[in-house]
Design a protein around this ligand. Structure first.
Ligand SMILES: [Zn+2]
Length: 94
């Protein structure tokens, strides 16, 4: 079974984890993290590779990977956007 994987997605997921480890300003629930991820991924170029049962068949060269600083900048921008207007009700904040 061949699968398409997006390396940018893996990098963004890690960047969001790092962001929430250092910042508590934005809601970090599953829904908001998914919203941040969607916003950031829509801004960043995808890097797809083919994987076969977990084995990577076509590797991206490291220079083709999105720049970490750019990924983090987009994650921060997306987190601020989601934090300003979360997709869900905030029951503890009225
Ligand atoms: Zn939330």
């Amino acid at each position: 079974m061949y699968e398409l994987k997006n390396h940018t997605e893996i990098v963004v997921r890690q960047a969001i984890k790092d962001y929430f480890r250092q910042n508590k300003t934005c809601c970090s629930c599953e829904r908001c993290q998914a919203d941040i991820m969607a916003l950031a991924l829509n801004r960043l170029p995808p890097r797809y590779y083919v994987s076969l049962r977990g084995e990577i068949l076509t590797r991206n060269e490291s220079h083709a990977l999105p720049d970490q600083a750019r990924v983090m900048a987009d994650v921060v921008r997306a987190a601020q956007q989601v934090g300003a207007a979360p997709s869900h009700q905030m029951p503890d904040q009225t």
